[in-house]
Design a protein around this ligand. Structure first.
Ligand code: SF4
Ligand code: F3S
Ligand code: FES
Length: 248
């Protein structure tokens, strides 16, 4: 079955832009990205859109569909009624380059601020041993496709440009948690998580978890355990005494 769908796309660049309406053919089984490609092929050849795999695995086609951060290639047209207007806008948290394409370099800068995996100095490659439960924890975090939808939705930076220098965002706080909870990582990542990467700014709204296309439990499995470690350090009387004595 084919029908004429109604799309409203944000078009513009860093200087400004506006929503533009398109009537476009929609076929059974299509996803939003298919329809965007048809608009590009038939009506707006200069429409800028970033994509790569069309299989929910490269993390490139992130945008906001009716205001919700989503992958365009994983959003089925069948969830909309034929008369619905489908509005597609670029991710709001990052600067627009053109049309639906944003500059996500904020995320690469934050990635570089996280020190690499630090195994014990006396452990040679091939000697690493860890429990299956620890492997599985890392594997959940490693499902991340770096779509940055969690970074886009988090209110700490979504409407607060001023918070960006002090906040790594859920994806990179999760990376810090992955390493901190890793049995073979000997770096102490707790103070920096709180003081340099902005863990304290997260008030566990769980919006990041809600939008993650990989279903990673970012808040429950990464952010809350990190917050617990911070709280243990700050309020454990033995740790407090040790720090106080060291300061004297
Ligand atoms: Fe995307 Fe999920 Fe990774 Fe965030 S944690 S970047 S939402 S895959
Ligand atoms: Fe932001 Fe996720 Fe915390 S949306 S406030 S990082 S729980
Ligand atoms: Fe790769 Fe959508 S095109 S995730």
């Amino acid at each position: 079955m084919t029908h004429t769908g109604r799309f409203r796309l944000w078009r513009g660049d860093a200087e400004g832009g506006a929503l533009t309406d398109f009537d476009v053919e929609v076929n059974d089984g299509e996803v939003v990205l298919d329809v965007i490609h048809r608009i590009q092929a038939t009506q707006a050849p200069d429409l800028a859109v970033r994509w790569n795999c069309k299989a929910g695995k490269c993390g490139s086609c992130s945008a906001e569909i009716d205001g919700r951060p989503r992958l365009m290639c994983m959003t089925r047209m069948s969830q909309f009624a034929p008369q619905d207007v489908v509005t597609v806008t670029p991710m709001r948290t990052f600067p627009v380059i053109r049309d639906l394409v944003t500059d996500v370099s904020f995320n690469y800068a934050k990635a570089r601020e996280v020190p690499a995996f630090t195994p014990p100095a006396d452990l040679a490659p091939g000697e690493y041993r860890m429990a299956q439960a620890d492997v599985q924890r890392s594997q959940e975090f490693r499902k991340c496709i770096e779509c940055f939808l969690c970074q886009d939705v988090c209110h700490v930076v979504r409407d607060h440009e001023e918070n960006k220098p002090a906040f790594a965002g859920p994806r990179f706080l999760m990376r810090i948690a992955e390493l901190e909870l890793h049995p073979l990582d000997v770096a102490d990542r707790v103070p920096a998580a709180q003081d340099e990467h902005g863990l304290g700014l997260c008030n566990i709204t769980k919006c990041c978890t809600d939008v993650c296309p990989e279903g990673i439990k970012i808040t429950d499995n990464a952010l809350i355990p990190m917050k617990e470690r911070v709280a243990d350090r700050r309020y454990d009387p033995v740790v407090w005494l040790g720090r106080t004595i060291r300061r004297r």
